[in-house]
Write a protein that binds this ligand. Structure first.
Ligand code: URA
Ligand code: SF4
Length: 226
């Protein structure tokens, strides 16, 4: 079927409540068909830091909230270790519906395709416009590539301060980024996805966790005092 993308479903508003309500009706790609529900971001609009993951997992799909399953617990621990208060950050995903295959009773995560990531990007941009964070943390390749391009390799850019490309570079109509021209551009930082820590080999888990904590601490320290 056609993939019209989410743009036609995103209302022109900076209200997170209105956006979160509208995402439930999104038909911008096929992923809404099998998922229980769309999972929008969570956190205060006043958040100075916005974190972006890949897509909701099994637990998030059931709960309707981002990062509430195993990856979420790991993220909570990492934020805590980095002295970042999760209630003060806005947490969301590059893709709002859970993509999976069924194996018996289990629903196994599947990586969203580039087409699905691009289709869903208008929601992420709407959240970015609404929250206008100082610092944007892209966790994992899917989030990083959604906003920094398909060729972006995050391992080469950890602990660097990056910037979002111009809207034209992302080939986005201005309508998708209503507030970005007048909002200060966020500092962009990339890091590994919390699930990468969980899935990694036992002997390198502690190291991976520590590196995630260091990246979060780095991100949180960029605009302290503002
Ligand atoms: N993984 C993600 O990328 N996001 C979630 O919300 C949960 C797991
Ligand atoms: Fe819409 Fe994104 Fe869900 Fe696709 S994954 S239907 S674009 S909200």
């Amino acid at each position: 079927m056609d993939h019209p993308g989410a743009a036609d479903f995103v209302p022109p508003t900076r209200s997170l409540t209105v956006l979160a309500d509208a995402v439930r009706g999104c038909r911008g790609c096929d992923l809404y068909r099998d998922a229980d529900q769309a999972v929008f971001g969570a956190g205060p609009r006043s958040a100075r830091i916005m974190l972006v993951g890949e897509q909701p997992g099994d637990r998030e799909d059931r709960a309707g909230q981002p990062f509430v399953g195993p990856a979420g617990r790991l993220l909570d621990k990492a934020l805590d270790a980095a002295s970042v208060d999760r209630t003060q950050v806005y947490v969301t995903n590059a893709v709002k519906h859970f993509k999976f295959t069924e194996r018996g009773k289990r629903r196994i995560h599947q990586k969203p395709s580039r087409t699905e990531v691009v289709a869903c990007r208008p929601w992420l941009l709407a959240e970015l416009a609404a929250v206008a964070p100082d610092t944007l943390v892209l966790m994992g390749a899917t989030a990083a590539q959604s906003l920094l391009g398909n060729d972006f390799r995050l391992t080469a850019h950890r602990r660097e301060v990056l910037a979002l490309p111009d809207a034209e570079v992302l080939a986005l109509p201005d309508a998708e980024m209503p507030s970005l021209p007048d909002a200060p551009a966020p500092d962009v930082v990339v890091t590994i996805h919390p699930s990468a820590v969980l899935r990694g080999p036992d002997d390198s888990r502690a190291e991976a966790f520590d590196s995630l904590v260091e990246d979060l601490r780095f991100a949180a320290g960029l605009r302290t005092g503002t």
